[in-house]
Design a protein around this ligand. Sequence first.
Ligand SMILES: NC(=O)c1ccc[n+]([C@@H]2O[C@H](COP(=O)([O-])OP(=O)(O)OC[C@H]3O[C@@H](n4cnc5c(N)ncnc54)[C@H](OP(=O)(O)O)[C@@H]3O)[C@@H](O)[C@H]2O)c1
Length: 248
Amino acid sequence: MSQLMNVVIQGAGRGIGLAMAHKAIESDANHLFLTARHPAATKGYADLPPGPNITWLALDNLEPDSIEKAGEQIRSQTDKLNRVICCSGVLKDGVIRPEKRLADIDAEALTYAYQVNATGPILLAKALLQALRGDHALCFTSISARVGSISDNQLGGWYAYRASKAAQNQLMRTLSIEMARYNPNACVATLHPGTVDTALSKPFQSHVPKGGLFTVENSANMLWSLLNRLTPKDSGGFFAYDGKPIPY
Ligand SMILES: NC(=O)c1ccc[n+]([C@@H]2O[C@H](COP(=O)([O-])OP(=O)(O)OC[C@H]3O[C@@H](n4cnc5c(N)ncnc54)[C@H](OP(=O)(O)O)[C@@H]3O)[C@@H](O)[C@H]2O)c1
């Protein structure tokens, strides 16, 4: 990777985002902009404290103003971003529980999943636009999930998560078309990280076939290597960790 690469990782306090931040450091990123809702309280902040090459920013996908403010702070420090990786996401917490049946549908949970999983990444793109424009190499990626594929949905359930990830995919696909006008060297893509051992997957790991659960390091290695291979020709795609396209 170029020594001059400027990288933003949304959701770098833990999980896959933190492992991606470690990959960026290993790859000699020029400057890392890392976000979390409460940065100083995260493992990421303890592992990779603020310094000349690392800036932490508070960002909550439920608060669009915080995304705009983080974007302004990043743009005040650089006019060129080379890699933006949106890693925030929610599947189950105090507001949302993966629905097993129609009777479990909850309007608040549907809206919440949409806000965290779909609007967060596209609002970040909007907030960063001035540093995405130009002709510099740019890879804007968002971590989606295979279950967000509409055509691959054979099992049902998980309405809010599936729908919010499908929305994320559509928002990124739409962004890829507009971004081609602003930066000919841009690739905008959504990525499936595999089933990864994080807090998000913890409640569901008993269903994972033996050998099917990746460590965060393993997933981040594969995703980082995929980012190194993606080109503007791949823009608008939805890819698994191994580079195989996933149908929408
Ligand atoms: N793990 C898997 O098996 C798996 C599979 C497919 C897809 N994914 C996707 O991979 C991405 C990363 O998930 P993970 O497995 O690393 O989960 P994780 O360890 O639970 O991390 C979740 C991340 O989402 C952030 N987040 C949650 N709510 C947020 C909000 N309101 N605003 C901003 N950030 C928020 C968290 O930030 P804070 O530190 O601020 O809480 C944290 O960085 C997600 O998009 C997830 O859907 C994961």
